[in-house]
Write a protein that binds this ligand. Structure first.
Ligand SMILES: Nc1nc2c(c(=O)[nH]1)N[C@H]1C(S)=C(S)[C@@H](COP(=O)(O)O)O[C@H]1N2
Ligand SMILES: [Mo]
Length: 160
């Protein structure tokens, strides 16, 4: 059995749960094969957020995208319009599921993010271990660090 890695729900017409096999089966025009073409520091293959949204059909009321990682209780909520055409979800490296070390099994990625804790679309919003994407009219749960000290503390915890 292939277990779902990601659920997309909230203000959408068709909520959806997807396994690794489901992600791999997305049409090629909704995949990015070799994300290093877009960001040389990253590797692997991804499904575009636009492709996922086409499947779930956001309602007109959906203005925010909340990325949930239950593994470490990390959450980020960002304006949908700012990322809908450029973000993607990395799910595979060398034919295998993305490793936990790299933020797998599934990691949200915005290629051109702002510096940490400077804007809604910052590097901290590149949520690792993302297992749920929730669409909503208002901002959702968000526990990204607010300042340099909180940020340093988070990375210290991450390194353990
Ligand atoms: N689930 C989860 N995702 C997370 C974090 C986290 O602590 N937990 N840290 C964020 C922060 S603050 C940053 S700067 C980036 C770092 O990503 P990297 O380790 O791949 O460079 O991941 C983001 N995604
Ligand atoms: Mo960050």
């Amino acid at each position: 059995m292939t277990k779902p890695l990601l659920t997309i729900d909230g203000d959408v017409a068709s909520p959806l749960s997807l396994s690794f096999a489901d992600l791999a089966a997305f049409p090629m025009e909704q995949q990015i094969i070799d994300v290093s073409r877009i960001d040389p520091k990253r590797q692997g293959d991804a499904v575009t957020l636009a492709g996922l949204l086409e499947r779930v059909k956001p309602k007109p009321s959906a203005k925010y995208l909340t990325l949930h990682a239950s593994t470490d209780d990390f959450h980020a909520s960002i304006p949908l319009d700012a990322v809908r055409e450029r973000a993607f979800l990395i799910y595979r490296v060398n034919g295998e599921p993305l490793s936990q070390k790299a933020g797998g099994p599934l990691r949200f990625y915005i290629p051109d993010f702002a510096a940490c804790h400077t804007s809604e679309i910052d590097e901290c919003a590149n949520v690792k271990f993302v297992d749920r994407i929730e669409l909503s009219a208002a901002p959702g749960e968000d526990n990204r660090p607010h300042d340099a000290q909180e940020h340093a503390e988070l990375h210290e915890r991450e390194a353990k």
